[in-house]
Design a protein around this ligand. Structure first.
Ligand SMILES: [Zn+2]
Length: 63
């Protein structure tokens, strides 16, 4: 998992963890981070629903 300042995990959907953190402007971002080995996918979203949707539709490149 990439190092994120103040990353706070809220929930997990499959291998993807949803959490919140603050960006450099101090705004809350909702991050989706895949914890599967050799995947490393992660993305930031402005709403938790968007992060959850991305987590549900995420497909790991590595099986
Ligand atoms: Zn993945």
């Amino acid at each position: 998992m990439p190092a994120r300042d103040f990353f706070h995990s809220v929930m997990s959907i499959g291998p993807v963890q949803i959490g919140t953190h603050r960006d450099r402007r101090g705004q809350t971002r909702h991050a989706a981070v895949c914890t599967a080995d050799n995947c490393g996918w992660s993305a930031d979203y402005t709403s938790q629903s968007a992060a959850q949707l991305a987590a549900r539709t995420h497909r790991c490149k590595v099986r």
